[in-house]
Write a protein that binds this ligand. Structure first.
Ligand code: HEC
Length: 155
């Protein structure tokens, strides 16, 4: 039983690990990977620049949705390393293809985003606006570290 379970667990693990590469195997898969990436980025962008940004700019009250938005970034940041399967630079994608061969650097950048998001959650829960503004800046820097290196400028 134990052996069977570990074989199954191993197989599941291999499927998950293999997924990003397999995803971009064909044109439809590459398109799906691109769409999925943009969707995840938009969700993080909305949470940071809109929901939390409004609070930082004094346009909204700091409340439970501020912390919830920060939690969204924590959750999605864990998926960042899976968002760049080779070949997913389709259509009007702004991804620089160099990212496809930059696995360890992407892991590092994703970890930076996740760590900053943890700080954002803590600041949002503390109710301290100055702490939130500092955490917002740290989060923005962590996101931009990747955009600077791996996102093409807008055409
Ligand atoms: C590991 C690299 C990386 C990290 C980390 C990262 N991004 Fe991105 N992001 C990209 C790339 C590359 C694109 C362009 C994607 C494309 O066009 O295919 C992008 C695109 C975007 C977009 C534009 C989506 C659209 O409408 O086309 C937003 C918004 C965005 N990112 C927000 C964020 C936020 C907020 C964070 C941090 C919480 C973040 N990103 C972290 C690489 C990253």
């Amino acid at each position: 039983m134990r052996i069977a379970a570990s074989i199954i667990a191993g197989a599941v693990g291999a499927i998950i690990v293999g997924a990003p590469i397999a995803l971009a195997a064909g044109p439809d898969d590459a398109r799906a990977a691109f769409d999925h990436r943009v969707d995840a980025m938009k969700q993080m962008g909305h949470a940071l620049y809109v929901t939390i940004g409004k609070v930082v700019r004094g346009k909204a009250e700091l409340g439970p949705d501020t912390a919830a938005a920060a939690e969204t970034i924590v959750t999605l940041s864990a998926t960042i390393p899976t968002l760049f399967p080779p070949g997913s630079n389709v259509g009007d994608s702004r991804v620089k293809p160099e990212i496809f061969a930059a696995g360890p650097r992407v892991q590092e950048l994703a970890a930076g985003v996740r760590e900053a998001a943890g700080g954002l959650v803590a600041a949002a829960k503390s109710g301290d606006l100055a702490a939130l503004a500092a955490a917002y800046k740290a989060q923005d820097d962590a996101c931009e570290a990747c955009h600077r290196d791996f996102r093409k400028p807008e055409q």
